[in-house]
Design a protein around this ligand. Structure first.
Ligand code: GAP
Length: 409
């Protein structure tokens, strides 16, 4: 019985409520703790609804991801990038999900901080110009295939995984590598970090390929960052709902010609709407173009592209939780003595270099010390003013943070 249930477990996510009910009846499934009967499965919305405005008649939903704010601003973002692909935008903010059972501290909550990057590129041009800088990075990959076959995760370089077609394309691979480097930099233990590929039944409806960066914690392997190839799903969906084209334009390197004769047929309806009184003149001018003019128009023909999106999506609370767990140590035999080994880049410590004398011979030492702190990414300030040491020490307190300078991050 247990083996049979295990074998159909992965099908459940794709079932509708009726199918789930039949399955529950077939296997006589009860509450695992009390043995009580379970209620029938029902559909529910993962988004929190609310009413907008004074009358409350306008229905709205709290965002379950920051991503959509970037998609609706696509046209403006494209403009900032001179209309060219690829480009990326990033956003950090709150997201809200009507989770059935929030639990485990910061791991599953109904309001959490997300940080998302949307990288827009052409559907067929997913090579990344900086791929070479990360291709030799070794990561632990738990492919969908290995999960289905009960095999273990494997070590591979990002270059091998993309080359073998395991990771769908270079851009996805590039962002996975950057996620790895970021996670390790902020204090995640690389031995407790792996990328798990989504199985086809857990892949979001929009995703082509998706890998989760998972961290091993006392709660088991926890998804901390998702990295998905969302294809052009979102921009298409917004266009469908609003009738506003969210596309980039690309000048064709080679004009596409289907036959030798190029005919320019003005669309009178559209021209009429756009040019109103002048429409007649526009149509006349187009109709009277000579063959050279027509060729010039033809060579300038542009293709409209709905960009694809590669999206790294960071759950900040979960990452912080993993960092704290991976860096918390207890002295053996003396449990009262505990410490955190946070990397300087995230440690809440700042440093001050306060020369005790203004003898010019000290200047080179102060410079050397400051450079070393910068190299180790310790946020610090040098205060060589003539105030007493006590006064300068006080000045470096929490209220004088405007004096701190960031060490090249
Ligand atoms: N835009 C893609 C997206 O929303 P997701 O995997 O559903 O992807 C991204 O969420 C990240 O947000 C997850 O990797 C996880 O770290 C975090 N996350 C998701 N649901 C969460 C919850 N209920 N509580 C805390 N963090 C959550």
């Amino acid at each position: 019985m247990k083996t049979k249930v295990k074998s159909i477990e992965h099908l459940v996510e794709n079932m509708n409520a009726e199918e789930m009910k039949d399955l529950m009846n077939e296997y006589n499934i009860k509450s695992p703790i009390t043995g009580n009967d379970l209620s029938d499965p029902m559909e529910f919305n993962l988004m929190f609804s609310t009413s907008i405005g004074p009358t409350g008649t306008l229905k709205g939903f709290l965002r379950p991801e920051t991503a959509q704010g970037i998609f609706v601003n696509f046209k403006r973002l494209l403009e900032f990038n001179q209309g060219k692909l690829p480009f990326a935008a990033a956003q950090i903010g709150n997201a809200f999900r009507n989770e059935i059972s929030p639990r485990s501290g910061l791991i599953r909550v109904r309001e959490f901080t997300m940080a998302e990057i949307e990288h827009f590129c052409e559907k067929d041009l997913k090579d990344h110009p900086k791929f070479d800088t990360v291709k030799d990075l070794q990561v632990t990959l738990y492919s969908a295939c290995n999960q289905m076959e009960g095999k273990l995760p494997e070590e591979k370089t990002i270059g091998q995984a993309v080359g073998q077609g395991l990771i769908a394309n270079q851009t996805l691979g590039y962002f996975m590598a950057r996620i790895y480097l970021f996670m390790v930099k902020v204090g995640v233990n690389p031995m407790k970090l792996r990328f798990r590929q989504h199985l086809s039944n857990e892949m979001a409806h929009y995703a082509r390929d998706c890998w989760d960066a998972e961290c091993k914690t006392s709660y088991g392997w926890v998804e901390c960052v998702g990295c998905a190839d969302r294809s052009c799903y979102d921009l298409m969906a917004h266009t469908k709902a609003t009738n506003i084209k969210l596309v980039a334009e690309k000048k064709l390197a080679q004009p596409i010609s289907f036959c030798d004769i190029v005919d320019l047929v003005p669309k009178k309806g559209i021209i009429g709407k756009e040019f109103r009184k002048e429409a007649k003149q526009v149509i006349e001018a187009l109709t009277n173009l000579n063959s050279d003019d027509v060729t010039a128009v033809e060579t300038a023909i542009i293709e409209e592209i709905t960009p694809s999106v590669i999206e790294p999506s960071f759950g900040i609370g979960r990452i912080m939780y993993a960092i704290l767990e991976h860096n918390f140590h207890i002295r053996e035999g003396d449990e009262q003595r505990s410490w955190l080994s946070l990397p300087p880049v995230v440690a809440p410590y700042k440093c001050s270099v306060l020369p005790l004398s203004n003898n010019p011979d000290f200047e080179s030492f102060v410079k050397q010390l400051s450079e070393s702190l910068t190299r180790f990414e310790v946020s610090h300030k040098v205060d060589a003013s003539s105030g007493s040491i006590g006064r300068r020490y006080a000045r470096t307190g929490p209220n004088s943070h405007t004096f701190w300078y960031n060490c090249g991050l």
